[in-house]
Unconditional design. Structure first.
Ligand code: HEM
Length: 159
């Protein structure tokens, strides 16, 4: 059981250096996960040299508005639904690992805030993917996540 003394020893997330520690630890845990790992390394075949700095930009933008992230999370996750379940259980697993990664190194206001934002975004992304699944897009033969990565930089759901 983590003692108060241990918690006090941990610092808060104050800027980019802490975000890099968090993102590195989180995706190291994700890659070890039996459910999430294959989504990243087999289905999406993620380029980690690109993905890690991009997610550091993302969380720096979320927490401090300084990261310069300019991506489209919804489009990236929507494209995954062609090859991965992206169901509630998978999002709950993602969130559990994220919270464990934060708590492993950090404690404080920003650490609590980033966990709340991650939970809110997990709910938003999951519910938007569910909504898109209910009103399916017209079938695009042979269209997979790899096609999405190769062909169209961003495909807004419900186009
Ligand atoms: C079931 C849970 C999730 C899975 C399996 C998942 C998986 C992925 C994958 C495979 C990518 C694309 C990587 C690439 O090809 O470059 C990605 C991108 C991304 N994910 Fe997730 N993700 C999940 C939940 C979340 C949540 C809850 C957030 C936010 C709190 C998030 C934030 C992002 C961002 C910012 C990107 C980059 C999008 C871009 O600009 O290209 N993900 N995710």
């Amino acid at each position: 059981m983590e003692t108060q003394a241990c918690v006090n020893l941990k610092g808060d997330i104050l800027g980019r250096p802490e975000i890099e520690i968090l993102v590195d630890r989180f995706y190291a845990m994700v890659r070890q996960d039996a459910v999430l790992g294959p989504v990243f390394d087999v289905i999406a075949r993620v380029n980690w040299d690109e993905h890690i700095p991009k997610l550091c930009d993302f969380w720096e933008t979320v927490l401090f508005r300084t990261g310069g992230y300019k991506g489209n999370p919804l489009a990236a996750h929507f494209a995954l639904t062609r090859d991965a379940t992206m169901d509630r259980a998978m999002f709950d697993g993602w969130l559990l690992l994220f919270k464990q990664a934060v708590d492993a190194d950090f404690a404080g206001e920003n650490a609590e805030h980033i966990k709340r934002v991650a939970a809110d975004m997990a709910n938003v992304i999951h519910s938007r993917l569910q909504a898109a699944a209910i009103t399916p897009l017209p079938a695009i033969p042979g269209r997979s996540y790899a096609d999405y990565r190769r062909r169209e930089p961003s495909v807004p759901p419900g186009r």
